[in-house]
Structure formats: structure tokens, C-alpha cells
Design a protein. Structure first.
Lengths: 296, 313
């Protein structure tokens, strides 16, 4: 019985982490769907989300709903700017050049912000906008941070669903992910669609950054690297380019990471995630939901 | 005949450069730190040359090169510690064994991951790099000597100018000849068009695997030299950022250019380590702001590297 309660508790923690990974993975998967590129700088958008909300709380004392809106808006603008400045000139360049540029953007953001003039490379404590309050439900306990993370994630996913499957922009985006050239021939401004995709991804990553630093209240300019890579793995796991795949992949990665830390050792958790990635790349490179995408 | 003439020219050039460096060191002007980074720059050139074979000549993008460099460093350090080697006659076989072991690891993981392409290969190699980092962090559970996350301490300082310089020159010549051989032709064919190469009967998988193994072998050798130069190893010396260092050297030097890699490697070490002698640390922080910008600009203006005009050899 003891172990069952412990398992449930860890499962709740895993879903909490998985929700953040799912939010980041959506940005990777949408950008990959449209441009066929791995946006390496996406993890840094996540980091910027954490820092922007840090300033939102400490400097401006924003109420939580406005904090979420402003963080996501700003990160969306930053993601669009990065796309316009760094990626757009390389639209017809080889894939690897785009990847290297993305690595460059990521390094630039990290090291520029780690200068002493900006945020410095040190860890900063993140002030939670709420007091932690635990609720005992039956045998296990759940706190309000969990509940906020779950509800914000569910609301964001619902909005994203409406945007992608009901709105005109969403239809154009899905068309672009099938074939960018043909979409352009159909008279759709694909450049706008690409910017829109980056914007949505950036907004979701920004929200992810805010939620993550509420759950693990320490922020640092290099905090985006590992969650970024793991979320990309989540996107690969669910089938890259597939929206609901990224969400499922995020939860799988989050839950397995928490379980490895709980039952083996937290030093092994990164290693286990990459072993999962290797197994998937070798035996099911198209991911869980992937069907007819061009094979790796 | 022409081959031997060219070879002789290269060897004479190398001897000439060696004599100059030896004279400068003998004059007593350079400090120990300057000598150390000079040796270090040869090691970096050797390892980057390995990445250039994998990425520059064969077109297989790897973000895990530092992991192989680290495997070579840890293996050779472990061997020399266990066998209690103190002279450089003993070190040469140890470094060679470390290189072979690195090549063996590359063979095991290269088999499955070289079936992937472009960005997926990048992510898989990146994942391998992080996996190696995790293993090195926990290596004290395998053997107390390896030190785990505390770092591997107390390696004998054996690497000297002769060892690092001549091993590097030796492998530069070997690599140059390999590139000119049938295998080099296969590699360049695969880089230009893998499908076309396989349609004219090149076994692309084997050729890619050989390039990968050879490149990682060079990284392992370089790692062995590094371990016995700095006498201290830490898992964080071999993480993603180190792999990106090698990548930047290959890109600045130009994909598929041996001389470019040599120049870029020397320049890089001077830029990262050498400027410490001249500039104060407040300005040095800005290096890492500048480097990504340079990288992005190179990708926009010259996507195949700074020192080659066109793709190819």
C-alpha cells in the first residue's frame, strides 16, 4: 500500500513535468512540420519565458493571468524576431546550415544573457506568485502549483486545438506542413504562416518556462538546454510534426524522468531519456503516431 | 614519384616548423602557459581533423565528437594510471590503444545511428554525447580511479612538444592520403549525393561507417594526448559545448579542407585561450557573444565555410 501511494505521488509529479515538456515539444513539432528544421533555440525561448515572468513578478507585481498573457506575448514576439532575422535568409540553404544557425542563435542568447551586464550566469531564486498550499486527497497530497500547472496546460492545449483545427490560420498551417511549396502556389503567404507558427511555439514555450520555474523555483540562463533537448525527444517520440504526438511524448518523457529519479538515481535520468530516444530512432523512427512522413 | 615528392615537402615543412617552435621555446621567452596552449592547439587540430573527415568530407553531421574525445582521454588516462607509465615511449602504445578503443565504440554506435540523416543524426549523436557525460559522471561506480563527477586527478604529465606535434603531423599526412585514396573518393561522393553514390556501386553504409570510425579514432588519439597534457579530466570538459567548439573549427576552416582545419584550429585556440594573456577578463566574456554571431553570418554568407569557396574538395 505504501508503495502504491508513493507511485501515485510520483505519477502526479511526472504529469506536472510532462505538461511543461508537452508545451515546449509543441513548438518543436510545429516548426519541424512547417520548415523541416530543428529549432535549437527553442529551449532558450523557454528560458526567456522564465526570466520575463521573473521580472513580471518582482518588478511589476503582475497578477497571474496578466503575467501568463504578457510572458507568452513577449516570447512569441522574440521567437518571431529570431525567425525573421536568423532563419529567414536561409530558407533555401541546406538543412544543416539551418541547424548550425539555430545552434548559433541558442549560444548567442545564452552567453549574451549570462554577461554580468544582464542576468549573470548564476542561479536566481524564482519568487512563486502563490503560497504553496497542499491538499490531502485520500492518501496522497496535491498542491496548488500542481493544480495551476495542470489547468494552465489544459487551457493552452484547448486554445491551441481551436486555433489549429478551427481557425483559417490553423488550416493554412496544416496545409504548409503537408507541402510548403504547394501551399504557396495556392496563394497563401507562407512567410506569414511560418512566422505565425514560430509565434505560437514561442508563446507555448514561454508559458512552459513560467510553469517550470514555479515548480522548480530556480532559474538560470542555461536552464533551457536540457528541457529543450528532452522536449525535442518528446516530439520525436510522438512522431515529429504531429500535434497530439508531441503532447503524448511530453507526458511520457516527463513521467519516465520522474520515475527514474525516484527509483534509480537522479544522475541516470538524462541517460535513460536518451536510451529511450535511441530505441525509438532505431525501431520506430517515425514515432508513435507517425505514418507517412518522409523517413528520417 | 610525385607522391613521394609531395610527402617529402610536407615532412620538411613540418620539421622546419618544429625547429622554429623548439628554438622559440629554447629561448625562454614563452611562459609555461603559452607552451601548454601551443601543444593544446595541435591536439585540437587533430581532433577537429577527425570531425572534418566525418562532417566535412563525408557529410555526416555529428554533435557528439567531444564524447569520443573524452572516451579517448579517459581510456588512456586509466591505462597509463593502471600500468604506471611515466615515459613517452610507454605513452605512445597507450594512446594508440585508447584510439582503438574509441574507434571500437564508434563502430558499435555508428552501425545503428549512421542510418539516420541530417538533423536526426545530429540529435542521435548529441544524445550519445549526453549519455557519455552521464556515464563519466557516474564512472566512480565502475572504478574509483576514474573519479566520477569529482574528476580524474593525478595523471602523469607526459605529453611534450615532440609527441603532440609529430603525432598530429603524422595523422594529417595519413588523412590527406586517405582523402586522395579510393575511400576518400567514396566519402566525397557520399557527401555530394548519397543516392547517386550508391547507384554507381559505392557501399555507402560501409564507407560512412569507416569515415565515422576513423574520425572518432583521431578524436580518441587527441583525447589521449590531452589527458597527459592537462593531467586533470572532468566530465564537463567533454560536453555539448566542446562538440560545438570542434564544429565551429570545421565550419570556419571550411568543410572538406585540411589546411583550413589546421589554420582554424590554431586560430581558435589562440582566440579562446591565448587572448587570456592579453585581454582582461571583462572583455573576454564577450568572446562567446561574438562567436555565435560569426557562426550565423558564415552560414548566411558562406554556408560551406569561411576558407572554401564552393562545396567539395
Amino acid at each position: 500500500m505504501e508503495i502504491l501511494i508513493y507511485l501515485t505521488q510520483q505519477f502526479i509529479n511526472g504529469i506536472q513535468l510532462g505538461a511543461v515538456y508537452a508545451l515546449i515539444a509543441l513548438g518543436y513539432t510545429m516548426v519541424y512540420g512547417v520548415l523541416r528544421m530543428i529549432n535549437f533555440a527553442h529551449g532558450d525561448i523557454f528560458m526567456l519565458g522564465a526570466f520575463i515572468s521573473y521580472y513580471g513578478i518582482t518588478k511589476f507585481n503582475l497578477p497571474f493571468p496578466i503575467l501568463i498573457l504578457s510572458t507568452s506575448l513577449l516570447t512569441a514576439v522574440i521567437a518571431i524576431l529570431i525567425e525573421k532575422i536568423a532563419y529567414k535568409p536561409l530558407r533555401n540553404a541546406p538543412k544543416i546550415s539551418l541547424l548550425i544557425t539555430a545552434v548559433g542563435v541558442s549560444l548567442f542568447l545564452e552567453y549574451t544573457l549570462s554577461l554580468n551586464a544582464f542576468f549573470t550566469p548564476n542561479y536566481i531564486g524564482f519568487p512563486r506568485p502563490f503560497e504553496i498550499r497542499s491538499y490531502d486527497i485520500g492518501m496522497f497530497s496535491i498542491n496548488n502549483i500542481h493544480l495551476i500547472i495542470f489547468s494552465v496546460t489544459i487551457i493552452s492545449l484547448a486554445l491551441l486545438y481551436l486555433l489549429i483545427y478551427k481557425s483559417k490560420y490553423g488550416i493554412a498551417m496544416r496545409a504548409a506542413s503537408h507541402d510548403l511549396e504547394i501551399t504557396r502556389l495556392m496563394g497563401i503567404r507562407t512567410d506569414n504562416i511560418i512566422s505565425f507558427t514560430f509565434g505560437i511555439g514561442g508563446a507555448l514555450a514561454g508559458i512552459g518556462g513560467l510553469l517550470y520555474s514555479m515548480a522548480y523555483p530556480q532559474i538560470n540562463v542555461f536552464m533551457g538546454i536540457m528541457p529543450g533537448i528532452k522536449s525535442f525527444i518528446a516530439a520525436v517520440l510522438g512522431g515529429i510534426g504531429i500535434i497530439h504526438g508531441a503532447v503524448l511524448g511530453g507526458f511520457i518523457i516527463g513521467i519516465s524522468e520522474v520515475f527514474v529519479s525516484a527509483f534509480l538515481s537522479s544522475t541516470y535520468r538524462d541517460g535513460v531519456i536518451f536510451i529511450i530516444l535511441f530505441i525509438f530512432l532505431l525501431f520506430r523512427p517515425n514515432g508513435i503516431f507517425g505514418k507517412n512522413i518522409e523517413k528520417v | 614519384m610525385r607522391f613521394f615528392l609531395e610527402l617529402r615537402k610536407l615532412i620538411f615543412l613540418a620539421l622546419f616548423i618544429y625547429l622554429i617552435i623548439k628554438l622559440v621555446i629554447f629561448s625562454g621567452l614563452p611562459t609555461d602557459y603559452m607552451i601548454q596552449i601551443t601543444l593544446y592547439s595541435f591536439i585540437i587540430v587533430l581532433s577537429s581533423l577527425g570531425l572534418n573527415v566525418i562532417y566535412g568530407f563525408t557529410g555526416q553531421f555529428s554533435l557528439g565528437h567531444a564524447a569520443f574525445y573524452g572516451i579517448g582521454a579517459y581510456t588512456s588516462a586509466y591505462l597509463s594510471k593502471v600500468l604506471e607509465i611515466e615515459s613517452y615511449y610507454g605513452l605512445i602504445p597507450v594512446i594508440f590503444l585508447a584510439g582503438i578503443f574509441t574507434a571500437f565504440i564508434a563502430y558499435i554506435i555508428g552501425g545503428p545511428i549512421l542510418r539516420l540523416k541530417d538533423d536526426f543524426l545530429a540529435i542521435a549523436t548529441l544524445g550519445f554525447g549526453i549519455l557519455v557525460r552521464v556515464i563519466l559522471d557516474n564512472s566512480d561506480r565502475i572504478s574509483e580511479v576514474l573519479g566520477g563527477s569529482r574528476g580524474f586527478v593525478g595523471i602523469n604529465k607526459i605529453t611534450n612538444l615532440e609527441l603532440s606535434f609529430f603525432i598530429t603531423v603524422f595523422f594529417i599526412i595519413i588523412t590527406k592520403n586517405l582523402i586522395d585514396s579510393r575511400f576518400g573518393l567514396f566519402w566525397r561522393a557520399i557527401k555530394n549525393d548519397e543516392l547517386a553514390a550508391s547507384s554507381i556501386g559505392v557501399n555507402t553504409f560501409i564507407a560512412k561507417l569507416i569515415a565515422f570510425i576513423y574520425g572518432c579514432f583521431l578524436a580518441g588519439i587527441a583525447g589521449g594526448l590531452y589527458a597527459h597534457l592537462y593531467t586533470f579530466l572532468h566530465p564537463s570538459n567533454f560536453d555539448i559545448l566542446k562538440s560545438i567548439d570542434f564544429l565551429i573549427i570545421v565550419i570556419i576552416g571550411g568543410m572538406g579542407s585540411i589546411s583550413g582545419t589546421i589554420i582554424a584550429g590554431l586560430f581558435w585556440v589562440f582566440f579562446i585561450e591565448g587572448l587570456r594573456i592579453i585581454l582582461p577578463s571583462e572583455i573576454l566574456e564577450y568572446r562567446w557573444v561574438l562567436i555565435p554571431i560569426i557562426l550565423i553570418l558564415i552560414m548566411m554568407i558562406r554556408p560551406y565555410g569561411l576558407m572554401v569557396k564552393k562545396e567539395g574538395y
